[in-house]
Ligand binder design. Structure first.
Ligand SMILES: [Ca+2]
Length: 195
């Protein structure tokens, strides 16, 4: 293993969600650009896992796709409701090595999405972070929303809230554009919404 995988239980950091810069990235002609005024970013002093019934990432039948997995650090760790478990990419599947690692959620039915929470990995706090990515949200109407998202230090935790709830969302994908180490990771993806 290339990581110094210390068997140190991570303390759930009660850190502020500092945040984040949002800027719409480039779009194809069919995509609809969503203005920054449509978003708010929450600061939180106490990060807790989202209740399962409010977390569309944990709906029965959700399909979770990832670009690769480091053996033993499975993708299910992204949506297990536990901030102390993380998923990591396979060795060398990293944006800093020219790859395009991604995580994608496909919902079993269109859902309403109010917000998204991304939690940086806490198992190896230093050196395995995702720093930036392109977030694409698709709806059953064919509309797509796309953003370039920067993950704030130190814990790369951030919450997004949409001022207008997004209806009929079918999938969400984050493709990393900046990261560190040959095997970056994430602790959890939460989708605040309703089915
Ligand atoms: Ca987890």
């Amino acid at each position: 293993m290339s990581k110094l995988k210390k068997l140190v239980s991570s303390v759930l950091m009660l850190s502020s969600i500092l945040i984040i810069s949002f800027s719409p990235s480039s779009f194809s002609e069919t995509n609809i650009k969503m203005g920054e005024e449509s978003l708010t970013v929450d600061k939180a002093s106490d990060i807790q896992p989202l209740d399962v019934e409010k977390n569309m990432a944990r709906l029965e039948g959700v399909i979770l796709n990832v670009s690769s997995t480091y053996a033993g650090w499975d993708k299910e760790r992204l949506i297990d409701g536990n901030l102390d478990t993380s998923w990591f990419t396979a060795l060398n599947d990293a944006a800093n090595l020219g790859k395009s690692p991604f995580v994608e959620l496909i919902f079993p039915q269109p859902v309403m999405v109010e917000g998204l929470n991304f939690r940086g990995n806490r198992e190896y706090k230093e050196g395995y972070d995702i720093l930036e990515g392109v977030l694409v949200i698709n709806s059953s109407s064919g509309r797509s929303f796309e953003y370039l998202v920067s993950f704030p230090p130190p814990d790369r935790d951030f919450d997004i809230k949409f001022k207008a709830k997004l209806k009929n969302i079918t999938s969400i994908k984050l493709t990393f554009t900046k990261d560190e180490s040959p095997e970056p990771g994430l602790a959890e993806i939460e989708v605040l919404g309703e089915k």
